[in-house]
Ligand binder design. Structure first.
Ligand code: G4P
Length: 539
């Protein structure tokens, strides 16, 4: 029996691929997501993801904000099967104002897929997201998209990735021409040519690659023309001399990214990505957790169940006013109805109504394995960062809160609703939608956000979900840091000196709020015994 469980565990865990897509808005993430689902057989028709988004927007008030802005605020999970593997694709909002949500989603993946627009190269949002991936050495595959357009030179794009992102770029395919003269790609490892056909959009599956006998095969010129063949030979020659050959170890350590060229909208290059994901990307990786004796690495194949909440989303189904906690299974097997320990609140809870997210729908889940993401109906007992286990108390680490860059003081239109306001803000803060600070010297609420659009969402949600009409007052704050110190006396004197600038956040952690970075840097210089943090681990 024991061996059966373990062998089922390794079989199931090892065939999971849990990944997220990182990109700058407009690089083609939605298009690529849709094509991945199409190739994975999870949807029948291109357009379904966008249509589904539009439909969701139409049904909820606060998502109206999202629709008006034409951006995606919420992330979702899409599960599908490809080549006998279970793929969990975690979608992330592309807009920078919701990057905190994206950061947290990235803590739940085992690898990432980076999409770069061949015309624009590496853009700011990609750079920021890459920094988050680097914190965990997440392995990254790169897809350079829109080769059907006149874009930047392929060498130029590789050196942009290397210099801007500080990671080696190892091309797996190489473009033959671009824009109007884009003919396809050369598969370096297989020595094969994959032809581009603009009507690939309609056919869904590309033609098989044509294997040639190396670049000196006389067929090459016949196939792609003498000039293109000569250029390809020169470029591959140059690559062999100066480029980085693919090295799986370096990829798995997050030090090198295999690069593919293609055109998502034309279905070109998508299959190679899926095949590579299955062949090279890691299955569930071991994760570090705090335990009774300090810290330990939790292996996904351990029999005891453990999982961590990395995201909470409200109103996914506005008819039910529900809040769903997204949990990443880190080890063991989840079974419907199982009892687990919720260590933060010291209670045992039964997980009877978990859901899984298929591409088009959500459905009840009977069992799930390491790498899977399940949704738990949540009535306020689960917070981001909560760890549930069947045995020892564990606390998975590494889900960050980022120090906010924008601040607003909240004012109530109707002072009698202050209880509802406090409740709403508490829940929205637990969800990670905003950070809430309570100054120690007065009873106001100061909201902190990484992106200003978060403020609009909060006002809309306070009204729709809590019946609270709130407004913002300007507030002269523009920087914040969390405060800790091992020197108790110094901390006490800091507190009394800086009282009017101090506040507690939603988790009762102390922070300093300052009117400018410059002022804050003076304070930091004056108090060397105090540590000022720009990120805080979620407790
Ligand atoms: P995002 O989620 O990263 O923000 O990007 P999205 O997929 O929405 O794509 C942004 C735009 O780029 C879309 O055009 C999309 O059709 C286009 N696009 C995606 N892949 C390719 C490609 O391989 N080649 C070319 N030429 N364009 C591509 P749009 O006009 O904004 O929207 P739509 O009306 O086409 O949907």
């Amino acid at each position: 029996m024991q061996t059966n469980i373990s062998s089922a565990m390794s079989r199931e865990a090892l065939r999971r691929r849990t990944f997220g897509i990182i990109s700058h808005p407009d690089a083609g993430k939605t298009t690529l997501t849709e094509k991945l689902l199409l190739f994975g057989g999870a949807i029948q028709m291109a357009g379904a993801v966008k249509a589904k988004k539009a439909q969701r927007h139409a049904t909820s008030d606060w998502m109206e904000v999202e629709r008006e802005r034409g951006i995606s605020v919420s992330s979702s999970v899409m599960k599908f099967t490809y080549a006998d593997h279970i793929i969990n694709l975690l979608d992330t909002p592309g807009h920078q104002d919701f990057s905190e949500d994206t950061y947290r989603v990235l803590t739940a993946v085992d690898s990432a897929l980076m999409v770069i627009d061949s015309v624009k190269g590496v853009e700011t949002q990609t750079r920021k997201l890459m920094e988050v991936c680097r914190m965990r050495d997440t392995p990254i595959l790169t897809f350079i998209n829109k080769l059907d357009r006149e874009g930047r030179d392929a060498f130029d794009l590789l050196s942009d990735i290397e210099q801007t992102l500080g990671i080696q770029a190892a091309p797996m395919t190489w473009p033959i021409g671009m824009g109007k003269s884009f003919q396809g790609v050369y598969d370096i490892e297989r020595q094969a040519i994959r032809f581009f056909a603009e009507d690939g959009k309609k056919t869904a599956r590309p033609k098989e690659a044509l294997v040639i006998n190396g670049l000196n095969d006389p067929q090459l010129a016949e196939l792609i023309g003498e000039d293109a063949a000569e250029q390809l030979r020169t470029e591959i020659d140059l690559l062999e001399g100066a480029g980085f050959p693919f090295d799986k170890e370096l990829y798995l350590k997050g030090k090198q990214t295999p690069v593919f060229f293609g055109s998502a909208v034309n279905n070109f290059g998508v299959q190679e990505l899926l095949d590579t994901l299955v062949r090279l990307a890691p299955g569930p990786i071991p994760r570090v957790a705090e335990c009774a004796t300090g810290e330990r690495v939790v292996n996904p194949l351990e029999e005891d169940f453990s999982g961590v909440v990395f995201k909470i989303q409200a109103n996914m189904d506005p008819a039910h006013r529900d809040r769903i906690a997204f949990m990443r299974i880190c080890s063991g097997r989840f079974e419907r109805g199982m009892k687990v320990k919720h260590h933060r609140i010291g209670k045992e809870v039964q997980l009877s109504r978990a859901i899984t997210f298929m591409a088009q729908d959500r459905e009840g889940v009977e069992d799930a394995w390491p790498g899977d993401i399940i949704g738990l109906h949540n009535h306020g007992t689960l917070k981001i960062g909560d760890t549930l286990t069947t045995s020892e108390p564990l606390k998975f680490t590494g889900i960050p809160n980022f120090s906010p860059e924008h601040f607003r003081r909240v004012q109530l239109a109707d002072p009698l609703r202050s209880k509802q306001l406090a409740k709403g803000l508490k829940q929205l803060a637990e969800e990670g939608a905003i950070q809430v600070f309570r100054p120690i010297t007065d009873s106001s609420h100061i909201l902190g956000a990484v992106g200003v659009l978060q403020f609009d969402v909060i006002i809309a949600r306070l009204k729709a979900e809590y019946g609270v009409i709130a407004l913002y007052e300007p507030c002269p704050i523009s920087a914040a840091r969390w405060i800790t110190s091992s020197d108790r006396a110094a901390l006490e004197s800091f507190k009394s000196d800086q009282q009017s600038n101090l506040a507690y956040d939603g988790d009762d952690c102390l922070a300093i709020l300052s009117s400018s970075e410059w002022r804050l840097s003076r304070i930091i210089e004056e108090w060397p015994q105090i540590t000022f943090h720009t990120t805080r681990e979620i407790r």
